[in-house]
Design a protein around this ligand. Structure first.
Ligand code: NAD
Length: 355
């Protein structure tokens, strides 16, 4: 079931406006979600909307919030997202950090207390498009605690995503990944599809390995495993320090005051290559690096060596052309969420949901 991206975007914008967002905010949040679908990350796309609307109704995310700047020394910005839609608040904060990096050569941004920030690579992409290099570290205190530390069995840490972006000729490099073996949203997508998870991603409530996505949910849920054992677990802990402790949003812990909701905190560093004397040289060196990495003898002759960000670019090209494949369960959830606000799923999405 391939959904035209423009129809999905219009529907999401309409429900967000009905839920209290002004049109500008609705456009940013809907655009972010649809782009996540286009990029192939359905886990961070339209599937999130029913939850966001539920949170908005319960005050767990507040429409039309602007970040409150707490500290501003020029190249250092600290701000509070005031429980606003993460995509909108972080979009504005990222653009500001980009301007500061252009002015001062670099900018460190500490942004705490946002709603879900969505696909973190979006912010790295936004900056790479402006010829800036960046890193993002995010933690999810409160309801986002889902991951067992290496050697543990219960959910203790968040999925602690990290992203890196660099402008590059022929396609920007964007590494964007959870430090858990799977992002939670991918487990949710598998559950909607009735699919099993790959082995090595999940423990059930008894701490035993599981491939059943349902084991992450319910009254006695299991836990995601960290990516790559102690290395992913260590990255997650440092993510908690940078995004949680340093921003003031707090690391994952039941005593965190945001324990009853999902709060995303972001620590980002933005660098202007020109300020490092690498304005022209950066692109040339990255082009050489990309060609070198690609030239590695393939493990499988039919599978090319890819660079970070390439799968998302290929997916965007295909899905802009062919539409976004959404499963009927997700479409029905969108239809139900829209109906509660008096927004009807447009044709042909409605027929697809009923099929
Ligand atoms: P993933 O495993 O699909 O991709 C990780 C990275 O690897 C990407 O940069 C991708 O370009 C690259 N990649 C993928 N296949 C490749 C290949 N064959 N060769 C070379 N590079 C390749 O990502 P994930 O860890 O499942 O995360 C999914 C999304 O979830 C991300 O967008 C992340 O930001 C998001 N997320 C958000 C939160 C939050 O709280 N907001 C939490 C966790 C994850």
């Amino acid at each position: 079931m391939a959904v035209p991206h423009a129809a999905l975007d219009a529907f999401l914008r309409a429900v967000l406006v009905q839920a209290g967002s002004n049109p500008a905010e609705a456009a940013i949040v809907a655009g972010h979600l649809v782009d996540a679908n286009l990029a192939g990350h359905d886990s961070h796309g339209a599937i999130r909307i029913p939850t966001y609307l539920d949170w908005a109704a319960r005050g767990m995310v507040v429409p039309n919030q602007a970040m409150q700047v707490l500290r501003d020394t020029g190249p250092l910005l600290a701000a509070d997202g005031q429980v606003g839609y993460g995509q909108a608040v972080a979009h504005a904060a990222t653009l500001l950090a980009g301007e500061r990096a252009r002015q001062f050569g670099l900018c460190a941004l500490a942004l705490r207390n946002c709603g879900h920030l969505g696909r973190i690579g979006t912010y790295a992409e936004l900056l790479a498009e402006r010829v800036l290099v960046s890193v993002q570290w995010v933690n999810t205190s409160g309801m986002g605690i889902l991951v067992a530390p290496h050697g543990g069995t219960e959910r203790w840490l968040s999925t602690d995503p990290i992203a890196f972006g660099a402008p590059a000729p022929g396609g920007n490099l964007v590494l964007d990944m959870a430090t858990s073996a799977s992002a939670e949203g991918k487990v949710s997508v598998a559950r909607n599809k009735g699919a099993a998870l790959p082995a090595g991603q999940l423990l059930d409530r008894e701490g035993q390995p599981s491939t059943d996505p349902n084991d992450l949910y319910g009254d006695l849920p299991g836990a995601l495993l960290p990516l790559g054992g102690y290395k992913g677990s260590g990255l997650a802990v440092m993510c908690e320090v940078l995004a949680g402790s340093l921003t003031g949003g707090g690391s994952s812990h039941p005593d965190n005051p945001t324990a009853d909701r999902l709060a995303n905190n972001l620590f980002s560093v933005v660098l202007d290559p020109a300020a490092f004397g690498q304005g022209d040289a950066l692109g040339a060196d990255i082009a050489r690096l990309v060609a070198w990495v690609r030239s590695s003898r393939r493990a499988d002759p039919d599978v090319p060596v890819l660079l970070p960000g390439e799968p998302e670019r290929s997916s965007r090209a295909a899905r802009l052309r062919d539409g976004i494949p959404l499963d009927p369960a997700t479409l029905r959830q969108l239809a139900e969420a829209g109906a509660k606000l008096g927004v009807t799923l447009p044709s042909p999405l409605r027929e697809m949901a009923d099929a």
